[in-house]
Design a protein. Structure first.
Length: 119
């Protein structure tokens, strides 16, 4: 069974930066799209960024200005660089893996990593 493990969360001051990591194991990472989601208290989980198997990236809304998703298929790891963090970015951030086009596989979620931005 595949696994995703996030790391890199923590407490940061407003305006600061963090880089989250998502380490994959026991599945063919390079054949998967990777998404980062976040969920703030009392709010629904929302999509932050997506990176495809072809390294195309997508960011909903205005998050593109401050968030950057990337991946390293040699290390089986995806990253989310977040800059100029604001209090409203406080949330649990989750990594999500889904099979790319033409590939049959399972969907995976990580356990999440907490990001807290203090004002």
């Amino acid at each position: 069974q595949g696994q995703l493990v996030e790391s890199g969360g923590g407490l940061v001051q407003s305006g600061g930066s963090l880089r989250l990591s998502c380490k994959a194991s026991r599945f063919t990472f390079s054949r998967y799209y990777i998404d980062w989601y976040r969920q703030a208290p009392m709010k629904e989980r929302e999509l932050v960024a997506t990176i495809t198997t072809e390294l195309k990236t997508n960011y909903p809304g205005s998050l593109k200005d401050r968030f950057t998703i990337s991946r390293d298929n040699v290390k089986d790891t995806a990253y989310l660089q977040s800059n100029n963090l604001k209090s409203e970015d406080t949330a649990v951030y989750y990594c999500h893996a889904r099979p790319g086009p033409g590939y049959d596989g399972n969907v995976y979620w990580g356990q999440g990593t907490q990001v807290t931005v203090s004002s």
